[in-house]
Design a protein around this ligand. Structure first.
Ligand code: SF4
Length: 324
């Protein structure tokens, strides 16, 4: 398996969640528990859905129509594209098509969506849907208002959306690390820039470490020989709150990011040691310390069942009490 920021966060949250969602989960495995782990991993609450819709439209329509074609941002057209996608994804999720045998994200294309509320049999009202649609409109209006950032993007070159970079440290026994950048390009001065889109409500979330890992991936990609850390520009743009934050890259911060990823890789290696799922024993992985971690865990129902089947009913009951 490869290291990623989300794998690191999963490992920190709960070892057992990390094992179920990042090692056991498989879209195509014949083992029904592995398939269930995959489906549960895809579930997202309605409150987070606008974020994935915005990302999908930015990686496709915005990228093709506004960046590659060099046209100004048309907020109404992007909103219409996002709302059309929302309608199609909602229908897919409401019909629980994500649970059809053999259904994967790759097979379904952009319609794939699995809303937590649908999977748990909870109703989503027209009013709740209208809020999502309104937020989509606000995100693209905010995007269109950011003339300075858009000018810099459009004056750049070599644009790449959803750009995946894999890099390794000197110790070849450690897993490779990977980072997927929402948008990367060269500024007019030929230096690399990363823009990370956000669309959540939280005003206090700190994504500086995530952005610095993106800077590290750029520095280690080898695509730009002779690059100095200070030349890498990293922007986090929350389209919902219309807030842009630049994360400064320096040699010291690059060292910090390297140290962070390296220590996390060593931790992951100690936990998994290069073993495939078939060679792992799930009981080696500890359950979460905090009840709130289980409360918001997608994999909760599967985790509880597997604990019961493994003859650990007391832990299963304890975790069941933490689920929402
Ligand atoms: S339900 Fe709790 S213990 Fe089980 S995987 Fe999720 S967070 Fe970990």
């Amino acid at each position: 398996m490869k290291w990623s920021n989300s794998a690191h966060q999963a490992m920190r949250r709960c070892q057992r969640y990390f094992a179920i969602a990042h090692i056991m989960a498989s879209a195509t495995a014949r083992d029904p528990d592995r398939r269930e782990a995959y489906i549960l991993k895809q579930l997202q609450p309605l409150a987070n859905w606008q974020g994935s819709l915005v990302h999908q439209v930015l990686a496709s329509r915005f990228f093709a129509d506004n960046i590659l074609a060099g046209r100004p941002v048309d907020a109404a057209a992007l909103t219409a594209a996002a709302q059309d996608l929302a309608h199609r994804q909602f229908a897919f999720s409401a019909a629980r098509r994500y649970r059809e045998p053999g259904m994967t994200k790759a097979a379904a294309g952009d319609e794939y969506c699995a809303l937590l509320e649908h999977d748990r049999g909870r109703e989503i009202s027209p009013e709740q849907l209208a809020v999502v649609h309104a937020k989509l409109g606000l995100c693209f209006q905010n995007l269109a208002s950011q003339h300075q950032l858009l000018g810099m993007i459009q004056a750049g070159s070599d644009h790449r959306a959803e750009f995946s970079i894999t890099f390794r440290f000197g110790d070849r026994r450690l897993p490779a690390a990977t980072a997927t950048l929402d948008l990367a390009f060269l500024r007019a001065d030929g230096q690399p820039t990363v823009v990370d889109w956000k669309a959540g409500e939280g005003r206090t979330s700190d994504y500086s470490r995530q952005l610095l890992v993106y800077g590290l991936a750029i520095a280690r990609s080898g695509l730009w020989p002779g690059l100095v850390p200070e030349a890498i520009q990293l922007y986090e743009f929350n389209l919902l709150t219309n807030r842009i934050r630049q994360h400064r890259m320096t040699a010291e911060r690059l060292d910090e990011a390297e140290d962070f990823v390296y220590r996390s890789l060593v931790e992951m290696d100690a936990l998994v040691g290069g073993r495939a799922y078939e060679d792992l024993d799930l009981s080696e992985f500890e359950v979460a310390d905090k009840p709130t971690t289980c409360q918001f865990c997608n994999e909760g129902p599967l985790c509880v069942r597997l604990l019961e089947e493994a003859g650990r009913p007391a832990e299963a009951i304890a975790i069941q009490g933490r689920l929402w």
